[in-house]
Ligand binder design. Structure first.
Ligand SMILES: Nc1ncnc2c1ncn2[C@@H]1O[C@H](COP(=O)(O)OP(=O)(O)OP(=O)(O)O)[C@@H](O)[C@H]1O
Ligand SMILES: [Mg+2]
Length: 282
């Protein structure tokens, strides 16, 4: 997949999209300002950018849970007018239904897509196993840790086999080892099932590890200010994290944030991260 393919065969098209919110106090917030973006079929695109720059807003517009103020959003050639079956979304906060079991939460797609309950159950069990939660199928969300809930959200997004996966900091609440494991599994699913992935992270290393292309966003107003291709070979392995080529990509991306004050090296060992609000810091 090259940038040219993304332009000629886009699966996701965002054309001059802006999103303005009105706060409760009546002030206008321009979360996204005139964004245009094309994402090719089977491309893995990662978005990085400081807190509040509009990353989640952009994902919510594509997933159809939020309408744009202006501009057009198309997926597979058709305008997005609401949630749809060919998209799987992992939300920044897992948003599980507290009265449903883990298995039943993972099977949520069966309520809104034509797949049979037997098939949904089979796939939900498979993906719960993949995220390490097979034993918790009968538990309720309130009985799980934040990272476990997040993994249920990841399993849930995969059950209906969507062509497009929108992932909003899906590994944010996971410990370093689980995070590495999930990155490798996600890469495998993406390579095997030819999914198109748009993934948000605050970790520059995670961005380089996963992406074909990294988009850098900036806040106030939210804009895409840079695109960086990552041409490291696939499949990527944990050994590559120590390679010169990997380090060069990380350094190139980090240069875009040199002026950000809060660059830090977290204890989890994931290298440079972008500033996050204290309550969400890993
Ligand atoms: N429902 C809403 N009402 C009012 N303002 C909103 C709403 N949702 C988002 N915003 C504003 O839009 C801007 C972008 O928010 P968004 O959640 O997209 O940022 P983000 O890049 O995902 O940040 P983070 O990295 O902290 O998750 C922020 O200024 C935020 O306050
Ligand atoms: Mg967000």
């Amino acid at each position: 997949m090259t940038w040219e393919d993304a332009v000629t065969h886009p699966l996701i098209e965002i054309e001059r999209v802006s999103k303005t919110f009105t706060t409760r106090q009546g002030a206008l917030v321009t979360a996204l300002d005139d964004i245009s973006l094309r994402i090719g079929r089977s491309e893995f695109v990662v978005i990085v950018g400081p807190s509040g720059c509009g990353k989640s807003t952009l994902l919510r517009l594509i997933s159809g849970v939020l309408p744009a103020s202006s501009g057009a959003v198309r997926v597979d050639g058709t305008p997005v007018t609401g949630p749809r079956g060919d998209i799987g979304m992992v939300f920044q906060r897992p948003a599980l239904l507290p009265w449903r079991t883990v298995l039943s939460n993972a099977m949520l797609a069966a309520d809104v897509t034509p797949m049979s309950r037997t098939e949904a159950r089979r796939r939900a069990e498979r993906f719960l196993d993949l995220v390490g939660l097979a034993e918790f199928a009968g538990a309720y969300p309130g009985e799980l840790s934040g990272g476990m809930q997040q993994r249920v959200g990841i399993a849930r997004a995969l059950v209906h086999d969507p062509k497009v996966l929108l992932m909003d900091e899906p590994f944010g609440a996971l410990d370093a080892l689980t995070r590495d494991h999930m990155s490798l599994e996600l890469q495998r699913i993406w390579m095997e099932d030819e999914k198109t992935v748009l993934f948000i992270t605050h970790s520059i290393q995670e961005a380089v590890f996963l992406a074909d292309r990294v988009l850098v966003m900036q806040a106030r107003p939210g804009r895409i200010v840079e695109e960086i291709a990552v041409d490291l070979p696939r499949p990527r392995t944990l050994r590559m994290l120590n390679s010169d080529a990997f380090g060069e990509h990380v350094a190139a991306l980090r240069r875009h944030f040199e002026n950000e004050e809060a660059m830090s090296e977290p204890a989890g060992g994931h290298g440079a991260v972008l500033p996050v609000p204290a309550k969400e810091a890993p």
